[in-house]
Write a protein that binds this ligand. Sequence first.
Ligand code: GLV
Length: 325
Amino acid sequence: MKPKILVTREVFDDVLDYLRQHFEVTSNQDDVQLDPERLAGLAADKDGLMTALTERVDEALLSRGPKIKAVCNIAVGYNNIDVAACTRRGVMVTNTPGVLDESTADLAWALILATARRVTEAEAYVRNGEWKRWYLKQMLGADVHGATLGIIGMGRIGQAVARRAAGFEMKVIYHNRSRLDPETEDRIGATYTNKEQLLEQSDFVVLQVPYSAATHHLIGEADLKRMKPTAILVNTARGGVVDDAALVKALKDGTIRAAGLDVFENEPALNPGFLDLRNVVLLPHIGSSTESTRRAMAMTAARNLVAALTGGSPPNLVNAELKSG
Ligand code: GLV
């Protein structure tokens, strides 16, 4: 008998076909948001789950699905999963690193450019019929070329953001838990600095750290005050890395110039203060959302699940202590 799995969100047909070769598949192809009770009901008799960041996988869910051996997230981040609880129960957790780096870096750049040159604000002005004449001081923005880019979190995505800065002749500084080796620093043209100096010197601060207790409100009121009043904050990492209430206040008071945000605390609910501001570009967590990248993420998660449930070692095992052999 084939193992039983649950796919918690709609996925691409070819991914489902691949999964069906190995498993008896229940998939949420209608893409309804599963509340915890419904999720637990569907997971009860399953051997594995393919999840997205919209599903919370915790002790309560695992206790209702005693046969679950693997939880394969369609995301590089896995803060929706209580990994310690999974490890205690011997449940393998996997993510999708690597396949989304370039697309997510592209989107960080879309936000850098959109905020600096007021692209969404200017477009709304045209669409709303407010554009009646040309004038010299119209929609004055900030230059991206030649500016200083500060990147907090210099993993694969942070490095992909840094590489793109060469074309804009920017100075790139970064802060990370651990410093990169000198060859990598050289290759991507980035200089290590501490967080305080990075905030003080950067014209653009891009956040690319995973969310954890250690990065909760990494950027709060005091950090925003440390930034230049002309600086722009870009968050393509995770909601909760920034204190959104403090950011709304900083954008309103002119503590910083603008922000470009793809992620929010409690998303998809937004701090309502953001909606009243013109100096913020708001996106619905689409950092990795290109056709080819979302396909690659779903297929990566599927391959992890197949490996996990057929006795292999999933390529992207997060709780490495469960590695077989
Ligand atoms: C998206 O946010 C991801 O973690 O892949």
